[in-house]
Ligand binder design. Structure first.
Ligand SMILES: NC(=O)c1ccc[n+]([C@@H]2O[C@H](COP(=O)([O-])OP(=O)(O)OC[C@H]3O[C@@H](n4cnc5c(N)ncnc54)[C@H](OP(=O)(O)O)[C@@H]3O)[C@@H](O)[C@H]2O)c1
Length: 292
């Protein structure tokens, strides 16, 4: 049994990890109220005092448009604080598993990004997350930086829930059809991260997402098809395609193609990450039909 500190435990991924790991480990789950990364020194001291075996940092300013306008604050939370937490983890002999993002990439590569592809963010959010990755790795090469993409799960609604809920109200779903990535189910991320808790696992950059590539339109259509087959959603029209350029409310630029391969974690797991369609089917049936 390991002692695991989870930062960002009120978020979509952090809450899922805190719940999943509590079965086999001693989990110390800190949300923003308890451990605000806006005060890196305080949080680093809390980590030293807790003296865990593992720290998972799932806390971040994740609103891409807010980061673009709140530059100083987002740099503090997404870059400076992870560096301070990484040093504190090293001081007490703990491994930090720091969650990062596909948005560190430019999105201009036409094939999936590998762990050693060079980041080139197109938004301030991506810049701050990349700076956070470097701060963590500079502190200790044994730490792990885990890039995830398009996170979905039961602890906080994401795009796929909004699409389903719109369809359930009988309204037409519209979704972007010219932006590609790989959805990541929080349950699958949590299962994969367990191999990184093994002290023998090498540090460095890992990609963890479900396999395959899709657009938001494909993602919504798949979730709706599963819900229709399960009788959760009445048959209705397919979602309507939008172009990224049609979304005028966006402040920050979005990278267009950020699907990722997960070679390093798959080698440690000894299996591939499961396809995003299977993960979506599992999620929709579990959350919306009350079980398989
Ligand atoms: N969501 C995605 O599609 C996606 C894609 C790629 C990478 N990621 C990465 O995955 C990780 C987890 O994101 P998520 O999907 O779980 O998003 P989330 O639900 O927004 O979780 C982030 C958590 O961080 C907390 N937080 C924000 N500012 C904080 C601060 N100053 N101090 C402490 N906590 C703070 C938030 O608190 P509140 O609950 O108070 O807001 C929230 O609970 C992040 O590192 C994110 O960059 C997410």
């Amino acid at each position: 049994m390991a002692r695991i500190v989870i930062l960002g435990a009120g978020g979509r991924l952090g809450a899922a990890l805190a719940r999943d790991y509590a079965t086999d480990h001693e989990v110390i789950a800190w949300g923003r109220q308890t451990a605000d990364l806006g005060d890196p020194v305080k949080v680093a001291n809390m980590v030293r005092q807790a003296a865990p075996d593992i720290v998972v940092n799932s806390a971040a300013m994740t609103n891409v448009d807010e980061c673009e306008t709140e530059r100083t604050k987002s740099e503090l939370v997404n870059a400076t604080a992870p560096g301070a937490v990484a040093k504190a983890a090293t001081d007490v002999g703990a491994r930090l598993i720091h969650i990062s993002t596909d948005y560190v990439f430019s999105g201009e590569k036409k094939t999936p990004y590998a762990e050693d592809d060079e980041p080139a963010p197109v938004s301030w959010y991506g810049e701050t997350k990349w700076a956070g990755e470097r701060a963590v790795m500079d502190a200790d090469a044994r730490h792990a930086v885990v890039r995830v993409s398009w996170v979905f799960g039961p602890d906080r609604d994401s795009f796929v829930d909004k699409a389903l809920q719109t369809a359930m109200r009988g309204e037409r779903v519209k979704a972007v059809a010219d932006k590609w990535s790989s959805p990541s189910y929080t349950a699958d991320i949590g299962a994969a991260l367990k191999v990184l808790m093994n002290p023998g696992a090498p540090g460095g950059i890992y990609h963890v997402c479900n396999s395959g590539i899709c657009t938001w339109l494909d993602w919504a259509a798949e979730a709706m098809a599963v819900a229709e087959r399960a009788g959760i959603l009445a048959p209705g029209p397919k979602p309507e395609p939008l172009r990224l350029a049609d979304i005028s409310a966006m402040v920050a630029r979005r990278p267009v193609h950020t699907s990722m391969t997960c070679r390093r974690v798959e080698e440690l797991l000894g299996r591939p990450m499961r396809p995003w369609q299977e993960a979506v089917a599992d999620y929709v049936q579990t959350r919306y039909a009350g079980g398989k």
